[in-house]
Design a protein around this ligand. Structure first.
Ligand code: UGA
Length: 439
């Protein structure tokens, strides 16, 4: 099958490469010439394990190409995916849908015949219907353009696997549509492996996506709220999470207490969901997400406060923050809890060094004033306090004995509750964590 994928960021580039991997002929489209040139030359402009290999393989087999030309895209295929971003609007909680609208404006006037546009971007409920109206106005006489919504659930760090073997496929369609038959062809391989396929109306599909992310964010903030209580009464949030997680109605996943969630999706999606609920008149329905957001932000502040408690004063203190990416196996620093902590400590007068296995270039762009270490060893050297802020394997597997030889003071805050406490304590470390008193 031939298809275009418009927008080649984390979502679009992965989708384009993985659709080619599923034996489709794919044209990736973006307005960013530098990005397109990199992709066309087999270079992924961000860190995503496994994606470079899939990209190279499919460019070599000629099933995958990239262009900045919308006319070419219009002629190449009758099925088009939209994977552009919907960031938070400046000065508001709402999502900015201007890039999805721009795709319709740029593509639809060039289309001839029958076309299906499948939106993958995370959008406020009602966007797909509005885009259909927009497309109808722009379509040439005799051309039909149908909009359907096919939300994406991939996680950064596991993007290739999540796209090729999704845990479910959701498709929102309008009455009388034949989008389902086309989607069945697109996703023939995962469907043959019994992947659940749920066909809904447009607005349900849009809501499925934001509801899933809002639920995940709520689960993380739930355990982090309990963590606040644990800190006061001297309980252990990790044991508590293990214990409640054995109830399979609850489940242990996403009960990782610590510095909380960040990234380009969860924070902005809960805000956009709240904003949209207000706009459609369900004012009270999602106000609890404000609390979810606030609990999440308080965890970052807790690490700052804990650092001050441990060090007495922050001014001039050499603090090493391990992690800059919002989570391991990613170089994405958007709304990263690690960088937020590093930035705040620096603004409070500490001498902050940051090290991340992949996120350094992006971190430097956001916080050029922080000191960036060349390696983990370099980062640890001379530190008076170490904060583990992103749970990369390289940090989890650190040797506490060797680390002790490098630092000035053996004091560490485990912001993700991932280190083997006894081993570190035996090596002479004073360990602090969120939601646990380690004594
Ligand atoms: C999230 C969703 O998990 C995907 O299903 C969705 O497709 C994606 O957003 C999206 O909307 O595009 P992602 O942003 O890649 O994926 O990251 P997650 O793995 O969900 O992690 C989000 C944040 O929560 C990270 O900062 C992570 O450190 C934090 N987290 C996760 C915790 O603090 N505790 C946990 O137990 C789990």
């Amino acid at each position: 099958m031939r298809m275009t994928v418009i927008g080649t960021g984390y979502l679009g580039a992965t989708h384009a490469a993985c659709m080619a991997e599923l034996r489709h002929e794919v044209l990736g489209v973006d307005v960013d010439e530098a990005k397109i040139e990199a992709l066309q030359n087999g270079r992924v402009p961000f860190y995503e394990p496994g994606l470079p290999e899939v990209l190279e393989r499919n460019i070599a087999s000629r099933r995958l190409r990239f262009t900045t030309n919308y006319e070419e895209a219009a002629q190449f295929a009758n099925v088009h995916f939209i994977g552009v971003g919907t960031p938070q609007q400046r000065g508001s909680y709402a999502a900015d849908t201007r890039y999805v609208e721009a795709v319709i404006d740029s593509l639809v006037p060039h289309l001839e015949g029958e076309h299906l546009i499948l939106g993958k971007s995370t959008v406020p409920v009602g966007t797909a219907a509005a885009l259909q109206e927009r497309a109808d106005k722009l379509a040439q006489p005799g051309t039909t353009v149908e909009i359907a919504w096919n939300p994406e659930f991939l996680r950064e760090g596991y993007a290739v696997k999540d796209t090729i073997e999704p845990d479910r496929i959701v498709l929102g369609v309008q009455a009388g549509s034949n989008a389902e038959a086309i989607a069945r062809e697109v996703y023939a391989t995962p469907l043959a492996n019994n992947t659940p396929f749920i066909v809904t109306d447009l607005q349900t599909a849009e809501l499925v996506k934001v509801s899933a992310n809002a639920f995940l964010a709520t689960k993380i903030s739930f355990i982090n709220a309990v963590s606040e209580v644990c800190e006061i009464v001297g309980a252990d949030v990790t044991q508590l999470a293990d214990a409640i997680g054995h109830d399979d109605r609850i489940g242990r996943k996403f009960l990782g207490a610590g510095l909380g969630f960040g990234g380009g999706c969860l924070p902005k999606d809960i805000r956009a969901f709240m904003a949209r609920a207000g706009e459609v008149g369900a004012d009270q329905a999602l106000t609890f997400l404000r609390e979810v957001d606030a609990i999440n932000m308080r965890r970052r502040q807790r690490v700052i406060d804990l650092s001050r408690e441990v060090l007495g004063s922050l001014i001039g203190k050499r603090i090493t923050v391990l992690g800059a990416a919002f989570k391991p196996n990613s170089d994405d620093v958007r709304d990263s809890p690690a960088l937020a902590v590093a930035g705040q400590l620096s603004l409070a007068g500490a001498a902050v060094r940051v090290y991340d296995p992949q996120g350094m270039d992006n971190a430097r762009k956001v916080f050029p004033t922080l000191d960036y270490a060349a390696s983990l060893e370099d980062a640890l050297t001379g530190a008076e306090l170490v904060i583990l802020a992103t749970e990369w394997d390289e940090f989890k597997q650190m040797d506490p004995v060797h680390a002790a030889e490098l630092v000035e003071k053996q004091v560490l805050i485990d912001g993700r509750n991932v280190l083997p406490v006894e081993q570190w304590q035996q090596a002479g470390w004073e360990l602090h964590a969120l939601g646990r008193s380690l004594g």
